[in-house]
Design a protein around this ligand. Structure first.
Ligand code: G3I
Length: 349
């Protein structure tokens, strides 16, 4: 609750000549939504949405009310935009960008280069091409997508998952092999040329729980900085598969190391499933721990990977239907984790 002293006119029902100013005390409720709380704290609060969700009026109303940023879950991936070689289709991505613009949500473009995910990020057809053709195709794809959204998408996850699965080395995949050891810098340079005003990010998973992998990410950022690559930010996906938050302090330490290298930092794909005995309450505490550490160490955005428990990628990934890893239940009702995240945001305001 915030108390405001306000100066108001008390004369509406009185004679016009008796207008007086009185000082009153007005109680202003703290924002009920994550978006409102995030605005107070100067933090973007984002959600990943698939275009298929835009047909659900309740879901879209909730997303627009609660979140100030939007990440297309799959629609900007190369495997979707150019499933067939030389046939570019922005239809689904355009729908999501238009929705975001309509509701003043900042779009995180996701993602231009994801070499680990043949068929799920990188199109199947690319894996069969010789290296020189792969290199040419990667460049053209970056030009086309970033160019298409120039001025409308303020930040891009240019390279997704640059570090090998468990670390501690750069990933070895068809794109990295074709582009050579400087492949991450190459992709950043290409994206910068396509939209010099866009923020360019790399995005990585499991670094909060694998120290060697975290070291590899920090080393990559140091290398990119030393090479003068146009890197603006680092996204920590933060899929907490185990159903528990990382060791206390792990997020704060990693965010601090990255911020010391003068890059922006965000949590970009947060979810925390109900597995291994976790409850709605431990889930709420886990979300709060992660968000609190991140904000205290200088994160500027927290994005959750999905709107509600009816539609999470984790169900398929973990082979069950009840992972319930998000902030709203399957009937779109806020869960305890919604309240705990909101409290952390308000405390940071
Ligand atoms: O759209 C087709 C549908 O037509 C088909 O019938 C069905 C049968 O399998 O597949 C559907 O495509 C699926 C797609 O999601 C849309 O639902 C793909 O199989 C499935 O692999 C794909 O998974 C996505 C995954 O990335 C791979 O691209 C998840 O939705 C998405 O949440 C996930 O997101 C990634 C981030 O981009 C990067 N970080 C990790 C995160 C989780 O894997």
């Amino acid at each position: 609750m915030i108390l405001l002293a306000a100066c108001s006119s008390a004369s509406r029902d009185e004679a016009a000549t008796t207008t007086t100013m009185t000082t009153t005390t007005t109680e202003v409720e703290a924002p009920a939504t994550l978006r409102g709380a995030g605005d107070e704290a100067g933090v973007r609060v984002g959600v990943a949405l698939p275009a298929s969700r835009l047909d659900d009026a309740d879901a879209t109303a909730l997303a627009a009310a609660e979140f100030s940023a939007l990440t297309p879950e799959n629609e900007m991936k190369w495997s979707v935009v150019e499933a067939e070689r030389d046939v570019i289709d922005f239809t689904a991505a355009d729908e999501l960008v238009a929705f975001a613009e309509q509701h003043d949500m900042a779009v995180r473009g996701h993602t231009l280069v994801w070499g680990q995910a043949v068929g799920n990020g990188m199109p199947d057809w690319l894996a069969d091409l010789p290296p020189d053709e792969v290199r040419a195709e990667v460049g053209v794809f970056i030009d086309e997508v970033v160019g298409h959204y120039r001025g409308r998408v303020p930040r891009w996850d240019v390279v997704n998952e640059p570090i090998s699965l468990a670390g501690p080395v750069l990933d070895d995949n068809p794109i990295s092999r074709a582009l050579g050891p400087d492949w991450v810098a190459w992709a950043l340079d290409r994206a910068h040329a396509a939209d010099p005003d866009a923020e360019l990010w790399i995005n990585e998973h499991s670094v909060e729980s694998l120290p060697d992998k975290a070291d590899a990410l920090v080393a990559l950022v140091e290398d990119l900085r030393a090479a003068g690559a146009p890197l603006d930010g680092v996204g920590l996906q933060t899929h907490l598969f185990s159903g528990a938050p990382p060791e206390p302090g792990a997020i704060a330490e990693l965010v601090g190391r990255l911020r010391a290298l003068d890059v922006r930092v965000a949590i970009t794909e947060l979810d925390l499933p109900l597995v291994d005995g976790s409850t709605l309450e431990t889930q709420a505490d886990g979300f709060a721990q992660v968000v609190e550490e991140c904000l205290a160490a200088g994160c500027e955005e927290v994005t959750v990977w999905g709107l509600d428990d009816s539609a999470s990628w984790l169900d398929a990934f973990l082979g069950r239907t009840d992972t319930d890893p998000l902030l709203f239940d399957e009937d779109l009702r806020p869960k305890p984790a919604h309240a705990s995240v909101r409290e952390v945001l308000l405390a940071a305001a």
